[in-house]
Ligand binder design. Sequence first.
Ligand SMILES: [Zn+2]
Length: 309
Amino acid sequence: MLRVVVLGAAAGGGVPQWNCGCPVCLIARTEHPELRSTQASIAISADGEHWFLVNASPDLRQQLIATPQLHPKVGKLRHSPVSGVILTNGEIDAIAGLLSMREGSPFGIYAHARVLAILKANSIFNVLNEKNVRREPIEIDKAFEPALPDGSSSGIEVLPFAVSGKGAWYLEGKAHPAGDDGAGDTLGLRIADKATAKYFYFLAACAEVTDDLKARLAGAPLVFFDGTVWRDDELIAAGLGNKTGQGMGHIAMSGNRGAIESLAGLDIGRKIFLHINNSNPALLRDSTERKTAERAGWHIPADGTEITL
Ligand SMILES: [Zn+2]
């Protein structure tokens, strides 16, 4: 049985974002605290006992406190059910939480060589001693089984694949520690329970739904998909920034070639938006945007939602 817990559904900054007074952040701080959401990450487990995080958000400490499945075992002085972290990109909202896991518990970091190069180039991550915290390179289109800290098998098979996207924002215009452009900065994952063959897809960042991607996702029982912005120029139109969704490597939910339209008719069992920016009006439960998304079969999850496959 594959268990999936949504630790957080928000994009970078979370909801509300510390310095934001947009309509969503404003009411999330005041009359609608249920809109609050931490930065995107999920936890997965095949045995209900050992868990892997997909991305380690800056809100990880708060997410671990809020998630009983991830609490240390009762009676143990030092323990964590978290056996490893699988990174799909090198953005701050995917890697900064690693720094909250620095108290000596063994686990594995699984990431593409391009993302591992970023960790290596930033000496602050040396706080995760490689004797305890293995760094395992993963390859595009090569399935792997993340291991438990004692080396035994997790029962989970992960297939990383390249997705259209951008390198980490803080590296824009700078030399990438892994050298020239190459695939691997943005990954999608197919995550399967080896015992039951049940599976789902995770794409927290995706700039474009290609025909190849459509063919891959067709018929999937569950897909978590990039829901950063409702429309491509949303940040500019709201006066919140000067970047488009595409400029940040994210497809819009709406519009021609947006996520809702692109993933329609693919016979996907359950479609869940993740990595939703606080500027996105679909976060508001009675907005027309939310209703449009829901009518198209999409869900916007609350933090802590658990799904079993
Ligand atoms: Zn805001």
